[in-house]
Design a protein around this ligand. Structure first.
Ligand SMILES: [Zn+2]
Ligand SMILES: [Zn+2]
Length: 262
């Protein structure tokens, strides 16, 4: 049987690359599933939210394989998979979602009702999210392949930009979703609190997707990592040392406010 290695949570402040089992076509409860694929991981990311586990702020069990931002090549497919083929290069949304339950049909795939016995919503490699094995690994199993996977139509072209396309698994759609949920539109004044990958992408989305056409955008960003914005060439006024008073002033000025924790 093929070998596999993954990034394993060992204990607070400690992760290791260890040998792990090669993926099997079974769900975390041991039920055989035929709607899955096995991916050879091409790129993956460390998420800011992984740090909650790694820093010991959660009940993540030792031995948990991390990683929910997975882009890979399909190397095996189950008998019920219809739209995905061996050799496809695919992006995997971080939410595991069945595509069949009421919430999935309402496009609320982040709170799928069937993939986690403990609560609504599942994810790869994350505490309390259903026990799906993470993809900071050489190989990973993706259930519900037809519903979850985004196939890149031109594999060679995608590989040329794969380190950008890796953002499709979480960072870019999460930032975009934040803009949509906050009601950002042309002319909005936006406060993005948080300057990690999601906060930065959220600012990019706000700036270029919603407002550049009218050139009427103005934005305020309160963040402790000033350089992360200025390095991107943002034409944003930055509040470098955002204390409570300046945060309050900016929040009052902003028409759309959202927080990015990653
Ligand atoms: Zn993530
Ligand atoms: Zn569902």
């Amino acid at each position: 049987m093929a070998s596999n290695r993954g990034v394993v949570y060992v204990g607070p402040g400690k992760v290791e690359v260890r040998s792990i089992d090669y993926p099997k076509p079974v769900d975390p409860r041991g039920r055989k599933i035929n709607h899955c694929v096995i991916l050879k991981v091409v790129v993956t990311n460390i998420c800011g939210s992984d740090q909650h586990m790694v820093r010991g702020r959660t009940t993540a069990p030792a031995g948990l394989v991390l990683g929910h931002e997975i882009t890979g090549e399909v190397i095996e497919i189950g008998s019920d998979v219809e739209f995905i083929k061996v050799g496809d290069l695919v992006s995997t949304p971080f939410n595991v979602a069945c595509g069949r339950c009421r919430n999935c049909r309402d496009r609320e795939t982040g709170v799928c009702l069937t993939v986690n016995p403990g609560r609504a919503g599942g994810a790869y490699g994350y505490v309390d999210m259903g026990g799906w094995i993470g993809g900071q690994a050489e190989y990973v199993m993706v259930p519900y392949a037809d519903f979850n996977l985004l196939k890149f139509p031109d594999k060679a072209q995608a590989m040329e930009k794969i380190q950008d396309l890796t953002c499709l698994t979480d960072i870019l759609p999460t930032g975009y979703h934040g803009c949509v949920c906050a009601g950002v539109t042309t002319g909005s004044t936006v406060l993005v609190s948080g300057a990690g990958p999601v906060g930065r992408v959220r600012s990019i989305v706000a700036l270029y997707s919603f407002s550049m056409a009218a050139c009427s955008f103005s934005a305020l960003a309160a963040c402790s990592r000033r350089g992360s914005f200025s390095a991107l060439g943002f034409p944003l006024p930055i509040c470098a040392q955002a204390g409570p008073a300046s945060i309050a002033a900016i929040t009052t000025a902003a028409t759309n406010v959202f927080m990015a924790t990653a």
